[in-house]
Design a protein around this ligand. Structure first.
Ligand code: PLP
Length: 350
């Protein structure tokens, strides 16, 4: 029998007692069209089907108003972040561990992947957020020096859910030296009304945009993401990926192609997320927890005035939440699940 029952929006049956609010996944996904694509295509898994990658690349190029040559597929955006880390650190593979080489990242931001940069010898230059938990673009700019190989901007930022205004970000990009790579991670941009910076990649050869199907498209376990960049930089990244465009299974690629056609699913998820987010923020505020206004499917909030043992409360109610990101102010992050899950979360806190 299948591990997940038909039409289930949920999880392994063995985990049915748990509520997962830790990894910013989409609680409603995959989309119905993606489920159908998985089911309909199981029987072709015996073939490599490289042509499917070409189809997906063409669809993504169209969606992002770029050319096919501007897209590189990866096994989740994590593979893209990894390739960029290697590319930036190794100076295209020619000069490992350049003395003084560094990268610039906001703090806190999404940094699980930066271990590759650290291990390849780059120094991490962390730039504190503003007091309202936004990425401080001016301070980031001032931190960039001639040995900066990479600047990373997560927009909207994980874990804070704050967003850089598009015009400010576009201006920032133009002020970064040509020899520094700017990696813009748009994993959560689909939860906003803001346009991608993908239209800048041809004029700015040092920009790479990382995108994923793991969030609003609900395909986290299918591992599919992509990069958008200038042809030259995409070619360089492709040279670091031995199975270029094909580290992702044919089923995941077909599910991604189907998902791109399911606009209703995406807009439904967007609206559901907004509604449940509003509910959760208002309930958290009633519990005296300061919340940062969120542009994403998670909420960054403070436990400074919350008097119970938060992690104990969650554990007792079989809820998996996040960790503390900033000791000062006891800031933590919670993923927005379905309404009934967030009601259970609030009840656990009460
Ligand atoms: N970027 C950000 C900002 C994330 O939060 C995540 C995952 O949570 C990722 C990238 C990696 O996602 P994936 O490899 O599933 O595309």
């Amino acid at each position: 029998s299948p591990l997940v029952s038909e039409n289930s929006m949920d999880r392994f049956e063995t985990d049915a007692e748990f509520i997962f609010l830790r990894s910013n996944e989409n609680p409603y996904g995959p989309s119905p069209l993606a489920r159908k694509a998985f089911a309909d295509n199981v029987n072709i898994s015996n073939r490599y089907h490289w042509d499917v990658a070409e189809q997906l690349i063409a669809d993504l190029a169209k969606k992002n108003s770029v050319k096919d040559e501007n897209i590189l597929l990866g096994a989740g955006s994590t593979e893209i972040l990894d390739l960029v880390a290697k590319y930036a650190s190794l100076d295209k593979g020619r000069e490992p561990k350049v003395t003084g080489a560094n990268y610039v990242i906001a703090d806190p931001s999404y940094d699980y992947w930066t271990v590759t940069l650290d291990n390849l010898g780059l120094t991490k230059n962390k730039v504190p957020l503003t007091t309202d938990k936004k990425i401080n673009l001016q301070a980031m700019l001032e931190t960039v020096n001639q040995d900066t190989k990479l600047v990373y901007i997560c927009n909207p930022n994980n874990p804070t859910g704050t967003i850089c205004e598009r015009e400010a970000l576009a201006g920032f990009v133009t002020r970064i030296p040509q020899n520094t790579i700017i990696l813009i991670d748009e994993a959560y941009l689909d939860f906003t009304q803001q346009q991608s910076l993908s239209n800048m990649v041809n004029d700015h050869k040092n920009i790479i945009i990382a995108k994923t199907f793991s969030k609003i498209y609900g395909l986290a376990g299918a591992r599919i993401g992509y990069a958008i960049g200038n042809k030259a930089i995409i070619d360089d990244l492709a040279n670091l990926q031995s199975n270029t465009n094909n580290s992702v299974s044919v089923l995941s690629k077909l599910a991604a192609i189907a998902s791109l056609k399911d606009d209703k699913f995406v807009s439904d998820c967007y609206l559901l997320n907004e509604n449940v987010r509003q509910y959760t923020i208002s309930e958290l505020r009633k519990l005296d927890c300061e919340c940062i206004s969120s542009n994403t499917n998670f909420i960054y909030f403070s436990l400074a005035k919350y008097h119970k043992d938060y992690f104990r409360q969650l554990e007792d109610h079989h809820i998996e939440g996040g960790r503390i990101y900033e000791e000062q102010g006891k800031w933590t992050r919670i993923t927005i699940g379905k309404m009934d899950e967030m009601k259970a979360f609030i009840k656990a806190m009460q």
